[in-house]
Every structure is written in structure tokens, then in C-alpha cells.
Design a protein around this ligand. Structure first.
Ligand code: ADP
Ligand code: MG
Length: 477
């Protein structure tokens, strides 16, 4: 296009000031009780409220490089949605990055490694329906297209055990296959039955009904032994939620009842067979929204990106990723260029409005306007935790006389460990920075560490030093 060729980016900017590519104001603005506030548009400074009544569906996709602000957006969003509509949120946490935040926000964290979820639970479905779902999940996890015969055998065995037992598990399926001499199909299931991997093979301890109705809940999947297990768990939980929501009457209650967050869940966001795609395609059928986030856009199926009501593109750099988004959303070359210049929290937002569902519009938002959540550090030792808010703690360290660099070293120790540090580690750091024992003790007292714990911390450090000295000596010989 000749325009593009001749306009310098500066003139291009002015060009857009005359014709800002932004949606009509009334599509963006809602009352504070009707929508979630996100920030202001770049050109006309219009406040943007996310209001699912104006959109074709309540589902969302978020992409952007690590550190661009995806998780921050998710946290801000679900916090505000809870205020506006009393919405529950269920975070399927692949890497364990939401744990601490959820705990601090007063939510519930469930470690899946310690629970069981029976893959054969019906969750309100008919046996036939559930068998179809299980087969589609196994198909994804075990790549059954390469094993047509085994697939057939597995399906047969599922039918058998559902007939024979009231509350069967994968253990019975495997036994049935062994008994019928279907050794290869049985072997495929072995990885889900053995000790330590039997997460899906025992009767459920998880109460799904409760999880989607309890405010803020984080399901920590990262304690499961493999990516396949995490994906199978995520998928199964989604299937049960979908079934549950289908039964609930739509539209009776105001607002969205639940958001399900799947962050960095590439395996279930990419696959054509995934229920995530079905849910997004079915649009407004359910009273819940799904939020898919990833640092790698190509891990999110195009069907998801082009069907969700809202897509947030945060900073992207790689050409391949940018093209993938541009092709899916059809925005201008200008927006494409801006996306690689974004600072933290800046976003290009694509919305498909219900009133003109054939058209989608992408506009720029200057910064997701979030609330910096309080973050609490914990110092652990001597049988107790001392908690202190991050910024307050930095100030205390500053007053103690630590340099900026030293303060950052201490903070890094906390961040490495999800906000928790061992008291002995912390005290050793202060000693290394040259602090005398007496000033460290004063500091610990000031933080509220009890006297007997202080004594214990120092005696632990002394013991450790003694044994270390010994090792050094041996090494030096
Ligand atoms: N809109 C924003 N306003 C202020 N700070 C932000 C914003 N978005 C992200 N941050 C900060 O930037 C850092 C990285 O954000 P995060 O959401 O963890 O990125 P991602 O999930 O994309 O890797 C965090 O410390 C976060 O608090
Ligand atoms: Mg993140």
C-alpha cells in the first residue's frame, strides 16, 4: 500500500489521531457494577470495561512474552470480577505460579499430587458420554491414532467395567484387558496405575462441586509427575465443570458464575480434540468463562483465538508469533509494529461485540490498570513463620543499612522460593554482608521473632558452620 510506504511512523501516528482505530465509546464503557475495568484506550482515553453482555462470549485468550503481564492481568481480572459479579475462579496452575498469591488473597490451594481423581467418575454424564470423553482424552495423551486396535480394546474394556461395577476405576479396566489377553492395550494403561502414578486410578478425593463454588481456588498441578498427567487432570476437571454448568439454568443469575484459568497449558490449548475448543465454540451456552494464557501463541489453537470474545496481545517479539496473531485477528500492520514496542502491561485488545459479531476490532490499551497486590514474605525457622509485607521489608532492610544491591539479593532469595526464606539463610546473608550478631538480633526482634527462636536460629548456624569447617579441612588436605 503506498500510504504505508510514504508515511513516516510519526505522520502515521497523527493519521491515527484523526482516525483512531477504536471501538465506539458505548461498546467500551459500562457502569462499575456491570463490567470489569481494564484501563484506558491509547488514543481517545476511553475507559475500557469488560462486559460480557456486550461480547459474543465470555471467553478470553492472553498471549505475550514472559514478564509482559499475563498473570498480572489474570489476577487483576478475577479479583475485580469477584467484586462485580461475585464470580468464583478456578485456576488450573501448571507451574505453581499462582499458589502464593491465591493463599494471600484468602483463596484455597489444592495440591493435586496429594489427591485422587477417578478418571471413570461420571460427573453426572451418561456412561456412553463419559466413555467418549475418556477416549478422547486418552487419544490425546497416548496418541491412540497410532494404535487403532488398542483403542478399540480400551473402549470395549471401559464398556465392560461400567456394566460390571458400580464405581469402577482404571485398575478394573486394566485387569479386564489382562484377563481378555489384550496385553498391549493393558500396557498402555500401566503408566497411569503404578504406585506414585495412580492419581487417576483411585476413587476421587476431590470434590469438584465445591471447587467451583468456593470463591478463589487454585489447583496446583505441578506436583503431578508428568506433563501428560497435568494435561489429563486439567482436561478431566474441565469436562466435569462443563457438564455441571450445562445443567445449571442459564441467564437466571446475573453475571458470570465462574472463570476457569488455564495458564501455559499448551497440551490442552493446542489440540483440536481438546474440550477447551468445544467450550469456546459453544459460545455463551454456559455460565462460565475460560481464560487461556500462554507465552507461545502457537500453543493456542487458532480456533480458540478466533472464537473467544476477547483476546489480549501483550508484548510479542518473535516474527512467527506475531504473524500467528496477526493472521488470526487480522489487525493492521501498525498494531503489529506497536506490539513489539509494548512495555509491561500494554496490550492490543481484540473484541468481538455481540451486536456486530461478524466484525472484530483490535485497539490499543495503554496499560492494564491493575492493583499491585500486597505480597507477603515469610521467614521460616525455629518452628514458626514471621510474615512481613514485601515493601515494608525492603524499607526495614534499607534502614538497617543494606545497599540496593544487597536488598535485591535478599529479595531474590525470597522470590526463588515463592516468598519463603529460611531464617538461617537470611541470617547468614546478613552475616556475609558484615553485620554483627548484635545488630542482627535487634533486627530479628524488631521483626517479631521470639527470643527462643532467635537462639535456635543462631545455634543452627553455628552447627552448620562447624560441620562446614570440617569439610573444608578435609578438602584442603
Ligand atoms: N499492568 C501492570 N501494571 C504494573 N505492573 C505489572 C503489570 N503487568 C505486570 N506487572 C508486573 O510485571 C511483572 C511480570 O508480570 P507477570 O504477570 O508475572 O508476567 P507474565 O505472566 O506474562 O510472565 C510482575 O512483577 C508484575 O507485578
Ligand atoms: Mg505468568
Amino acid at each position: 500500500m503506498y500510504l504505508k510506504k510514504y508515511l513516516t511512523s510519526d505522520i502515521a501516528r497523527r493519521f491515527f489521531l484523526v482516525h483512531p482505530p477504536e471501538p465506539r465509546k458505548d461498546l467500551l464503557i459500562s457502569g462499575v457494577t456491570e463490567g470489569v475495568y481494564l484501563g484506558k484506550t491509547r488514543w481517545l482515553n476511553v475507559p475500557v470495561f469488560w462486559n460480557y453482555n456486550k461480547l459474543i462470549n465470555p471467553h478470553m485468550a492472553i498471549v505475550g512474552i514472559t514478564g509482559s503481564g499475563k498473570s498480572y492481568l489474570v489476577k487483576t481480572f478475577i479479583t475485580r470480577a469477584a467484586l462485580v459479579w461475585n464470580t468464583n475462579a478456578l485456576i488450573l496452575d501448571w507451574v505453581g505460579e499462582y499458589n502464593e498469591w491465591v493463599r494471600q488473597a484468602g483463596g484455597m490451594v489444592i495440591h493435586l499430587g496429594k489427591e485422587h481423581l477417578n478418571l471413570l467418575d461420571l460427573g453426572g454424564m451418561s456412561k456412553g458420554e463419559r466413555i467418549k470423553q475418556i477416549m478422547s482424552s486418552l487419544d490425546m495423551m497416548l496418541e491412540l491414532k497410532d494404535f487403532p486396535e488398542e483403542k478399540y480394546d480400551l473402549e470395549g474394556a471401559l464398556e465392560k467395567v461400567y456394566k460390571k461395577y458400580k464405581n469402577p476405576t482404571l485398575v478394573e479396566v486394566e485387569k479386564s484387558l489382562e484377563k481378555d489377553g489384550k496385553k498391549r492395550a493393558a500396557r498402555l494403561l500401566k503408566g497411569y496405575i503404578g504406585e506414585g502414578n495412580d492419581f487417576f486410578a483411585k476413587h476421587s478425593t476431590l470434590k469438584l462441586d465445591k471447587l467451583i463454588d468456593s470463591g478463589l481456588v487454585c489447583i496446583d498441578l505441578h506436583s503431578l509427575p508428568s506433563e501428560e498427567m497435568r494435561s489429563l487432570a486439567g482436561l478431566t476437571i474441565l469436562q466435569f465443570i462443563k457438564e455441571k454448568m450445562r445443567k445449571e439454568e442459564l441467564g437466571k443469575e446475573k453475571g458470570i458464575k465462574l472463570f476457569v484459568v488455564v495458564d501455559e497449558a499448551w497440551k490442552i490449548a493446542r489440540d483440536d480434540r481438546s474440550d477447551v475448543i468445544t467450550i469456546v465454540r459453544e459460545g455463551r451456552k454456559y455460565n462460565f468463562g475460560i481464560i487461556v494464557a500462554s507465552q507461545n501463541p502457537t500453543d493456542i489453537n487458532k480456533a480458540i483465538i478466533s472464537n473467544v470474545g476477547t483476546t489480549f496481545v501483550l508484548r510479542l517479539i518473535l516474527r512467527e508469533y506475531k504473524d500467528y496473531m496477526k493472521d488470526s485477528l487480522n489487525y493492521s500492520g501498525y498494531i503489529d509494529e506497536e506490539i513489539s514496542r509494548f512495555g509491561v502491561g500494554d496490550a492490543a485488545i481484540n473484541m468481538i461485540f455481540a451486536e456486530r459479531a461478524t466484525e472484530s476490532l483490535t485497539f490499543l490499551l495503554d496499560k492494564i490498570d491493575g492493583e499491585e497486590p500486597l505480597f507477603v514474605y515469610k521467614i521460616r525457622g525455629g518452628g514458626m513463620d514471621v510474615e512481613v509485607e514485601r515493601e515494608q521489608f525492603s524499607r526495614m532492610l534499607f534502614e538497617l543499612g543494606l545497599s540496593d544491591e544487597q536488598i535485591n539479593m535478599v529479595k531474590l532469595e525470597f522470590e526463588k522460593n515463592d516468598g519463603v526464606i529460611k531464617a538461617t539463610t537470611f541470617v547468614s546473608m546478613l552475616e556475609r554482608f558484615g553485620y554483627a550478631r548484635s545488630s542482627i538480633i535487634t533486627f530479628l526482634r524488631q521483626m517479631g521473632v521470639e527470643e527462643r527462636n532467635i537462639v535456635e536460629i543462631f545455634s543452627l548456624i553455628r552447627k552448620r558452620k562447624a560441620s562446614k569447617g570440617l569439610v573444608d579441612l578435609v578438602l584442603e588436605e
